[in-house]
Design a binder for this molecule. Structure first.
Ligand code: PEP
Ligand code: MN
Length: 263
């Protein structure tokens, strides 16, 4: 179902009115974790003004340590939805547990399946039964074929609205958090009709590298870019060190628009 051979028409995924694919650029921005309402409001306002069209934030966080901040749960879903609604952006948030697909679907416009859960087949099956579009992130050690088979789990349940995301794979060099596989974008475009976006935030883990990798992703044919933004990265609940400040996001968003016009 994911294959381009079988479906030569490229898919456009509609997220509560915001389209990704077929020339429509998905500009997803927001903090790693949903935090207090006032902060979410400020970040939503700033990213929207910069040109973002989808607002993100995690209410259920898949953390390496069980002692790290795990997310605000349902309270976080409400805060995210309210900030998105106030500033005219549909919201994207991660679901980590098949038992939460229903509640997350009530508040979120798009369900994210994160890298760590890319092969959680029970979760994939469950989001496949949801009517919400899905952002499926590539696992850190997953091949492109693995990613496509995971998409197939969702599509085969009847949910045809899947966007794929290259977010870096495990590398050997600690200069970057992961290894940004920019070639995955055109490789995927040759194999599947599904839209593909890039996430230079998790791919590099470094704010100074995000602009170059965002533009490289678009040059490679990506249908959108996912970037983490925080107004006080030093106190962020998660992934602070890789967050862009709102003004830095505005700068890269402007350059992304120019790049998109050239293509
Ligand atoms: C995230 O989007 O905050 C996240 C946890 O991403 P990934 O699953 O790609 O690590
Ligand atoms: Mn993150």
């Amino acid at each position: 179902l994911a294959s381009l051979d079988a479906h030569p028409q490229r898919s456009v995924v509609d997220i509560s009115g915001v389209k990704i694919g077929g020339g429509h650029l998905g500009m997803i921005a927001g903090p790693c974790s949903v935090e207090e309402p006032e902060r979410m409001d400020r970040i939503a306002e700033a990213t929207r003004a910069a040109g973002a069209n989808l607002f993100r934030g995690g209410a259920y966080k898949p953390r390496t340590s069980p002692y790290a901040f795990q997310g605000l749960g349902v309270e976080g879903l409400k805060i995210l939805r309210d900030a998105g609604q106030k500033h005219g952006m549909p919201v994207v948030t991660e679901v980590t547990d098949p038992r939460n697909v229903e509640i997350v679907s009530e508040y979120a416009d798009m369900l994210q399946v994160g890298a760590r859960n890319m092969q959680n087949f029970v979760l994939l099956t469950e989001v496949g039964k949801s009517s919400r579009p899905v952002l499926l992130k590539r696992g850190m050690s997953a091949t492109i074929q693995d990613l496509l088979m995971s998409a197939e789990y969702i599509l085969s349940q009847g949910n045809s609205n899947v966007v794929l995301c290259e977010r870096g794979v495990k590398g050997f060099d600690s200069c970057t958090r992961n290894l940004f596989d920019v070639a995955a974008v055109p490789v995927l475009a040759g194999l599947t009709h599904l839209p593909v976006i890039v996430d230079p935030s998790h791919a590099t883990g470094r704010p100074d590298l995000i602009p170059a990798c965002a533009l490289a992703g678009l040059a490679a044919g990506a249908d959108g870019v996912h970037i983490e933004v925080h107004d006080q990265p030093e106190v962020a609940k998660s992934d602070g060190p890789q967050a862009l400040l709102p003004e830095q996001y505005a700068d890269v968003a402007e350059r992304m628009r120019k790049m998109a016009e050239l293509l």
